[in-house]
Write a protein that binds this ligand. Structure first.
Ligand SMILES: [Zn+2]
Ligand SMILES: [Zn+2]
Length: 272
């Protein structure tokens, strides 16, 4: 009994230490809080220029249905966003018009900046075509009718460059946590008395607009081929959320855009 009580006290002591560190990191967490928006959807396809998952895309008059640059298969529309009807906080951030993403499910390439996908901005000012192609590929369409705003935080993969450093010593089984913004430098803590990086912050999984990418395998922001700037997250498309599609083994995909060149867009995904 006395032994049990002693080990219970030890466990509680550890929890308190981890909790204390998590509490002290609150200023860092607050400083990096961003908004993300989850789509509110209705089953079925809407108008040709609505925001939607799959369904009939807006295409210019006489434009052929988009096909894969590698295998020539027709590519289903994954996402279409009316950038003029995004939440007010995002007004103008991603440009104007419609953002469209088509993706070749035959090639199924995780690499950004390849011709097995088409991510682009179009200005639906001229008359759209009534779709000529009868056999266009599509998942069951969902129309995006609204957005739910949520707080989002960096994935542990981004902690380092945002000034929250976990210095692991795996041979000694210790970790030292440093965070200048929160004025925190710990001693070498045994791994099980320290909080895990995931307990500090993680990025929201699932489909979402803006916020932080939920990285599966480290930071993979592409660089703009024109200016080498790091591209930014526009939209996260996760496996089996609104689209019944799995990227690799439960991978997570990201539409990214150059902050300078709004027309430079791409899509890549990673799985564990
Ligand atoms: Zn292809
Ligand atoms: Zn650029």
């Amino acid at each position: 009994m006395a032994e049990n009580l002693k080990s219970l006290k030890q466990i509680l002591g550890r929890c308190m230490k981890a909790q204390e560190i998590l509490d002290r990191l609150a200023p860092w967490r607050d400083a990096h809080k961003h908004s993300a928006w989850k789509p509110i959807v209705e089953e079925g396809d809407g108008r040709v220029d609505d925001s939607k998952f799959s369904g009939i895309p807006w295409l210019a008059e006489n434009e052929p249905y988009p096909s894969c640059g590698t295998c020539q298969a027709l590519m289903p529309l994954f996402l279409q966003l009316d950038l003029n009807k995004l939440p007010e906080e995002l007004s103008g951030r991603f440009g104007s018009g419609l953002l469209q993403m088509f993706y070749c499910t035959d090639c199924d390439s995780y690499m950004p900046l390849e011709n097995t996908k088409l991510v682009r901005l179009v200005q639906p000012t001229v008359h759209p075509q009534s779709l000529q192609c009868e056999n266009y590929p599509s998942f069951p369409a969902k129309t995006i009718v609204g957005w739910t705003q949520l707080d989002d935080y960096p994935s542990p993969e981004e902690h380092d460059e945002l000034g929250l450093i976990f210095n692991y010593d795996f041979s000694a089984n210790t970790v030292r946590i440093e965070c200048p913004l929160a004025g925190l430098v710990t001693e070498d803590l045994s791994m099980d008395s320290a909080p895990e990086a995931e307990e500090v912050t993680t990025a929201l999984p699932g489909d979402k607009l803006a916020g932080y990418p939920d990285w599966i395998q480290g930071i993979e922001y592409p660089e703009c081929p024109q200016c080498n700037r790091r591209m930014e997250l526009v939209f996260q498309i996760d496996s089996e959320d609104n689209l019944p599609y799995m990227f690799g083994d439960v991978g997570c995909g990201h539409i990214t855009q150059c902050p300078e060149h709004k027309e430079v867009l791409t899509f890549g995904w990673a799985c564990s």
